[in-house]
Each structure stands twice: as C-alpha cells, then as structure tokens.
Design a protein around this ligand. Structure first.
Ligand code: ZN
Length: 147
C-alpha cells in the first residue's frame, strides 16, 4: 500500500484544492481529458504571460489519485516556463514508471507522493491524466512567434 503519510497528502489534495475551479477570459486555454479505465475526467484552464504559465486551475471528477495529481500539478505549474513544464511532464512520467530514482526528480514537490502508484499499473493512467492534459494544453499554446 501507499505510505500512510503520502496517502494523507493525496487525500487532502483530492478533497480540497486551492487550484480547483476554472479561469475565464479570452486568453485562457483549456484542455479536456478523460480516463475511460477509471472514469476520471479533468479540465485544465490556464493563462500564459509570454512564456510563463501565469495561472492554472483544474476541474473534474474521478478517483483521489487523478484529482490529487491535478491539484499538485496545478500548484507546481504556476510561475513555470513552457520548458520547465515539459521537463516536469517527462520527470513525472519517468518517476511513475519507475525509470528514475526519486532523488533525480525532487523538483516535483508534492507530486513525489504519487511515486507509490508505480506499483499499481492500473492507476498509473489516473496519475498521468493531469500531465496529459497539460501536455495537450502546451501543444495548443503557441508562443509569441506564432502570434
Ligand atoms: Zn482514476
């Protein structure tokens, strides 16, 4: 089973998150994902200021792992550049598949609590869902050069 302390952190994020909600406005980007295996649904909305993610909110429903992962990711993501977000996505993917040691992905913060999920392959998709949404969001957000 997941470590108790981590489990607590996961439940807290899933139950109550400062980042739950939706952003509004013409420059807000949204992405929608769902995980048919578990029934999880997530909507991310985010606003960039140039290269920096200024604000991000998530909404949706599903298991504690999917919701906690979205909450933790949203907390981590604010203030990060596109490049830093891409790095966080690949670090998390590697961590959740057990490909890199925890010491190599300390920048993931609270998200490290989800490391134990790698022992439950069925739940990896739940943990990755928010990252899929972020990745989708980044691919539709074109930096200034396209403007
Ligand atoms: Zn799930």
């Amino acid at each position: 089973m997941l470590d108790e302390l981590y489990q607590e952190l996961i439940l807290q994020h899933a139950k109550q998150s400062a980042r739950r909600g939706a952003l509004d406005g013409s420059s807000v980007l949204c992405s929608n994902v769902h995980n048919p295996l578990c029934g999880d649904e997530l909507v991310l909305s985010a606003e960039f200021d140039g290269d920096v993610l200024k604000a991000i909110r998530f909404d949706g429903e599903g298991c504690a792992i999917s919701q906690a992962s979205a909450s933790m990711l949203a907390e981590l993501a604010e203030g990060k550049t596109r490049q830093e977000l891409e790095t966080a996505i690949s670090s998390f993917r590697a961590m959740i598949h057990g490909e890199i040691p925890l010491n190599d992905c300390k920048e993931l913060g609270d998200l490290l609590a989800l490391e134990g999920v790698k022992k439950f392959p069925v739940r990896v998709k739940c943990a990755m869902l928010a990252f899929e949404a972020l990745s989708k969001l980044l691919s539709q957000s074109s930096p200034e050069r396209h403007a």
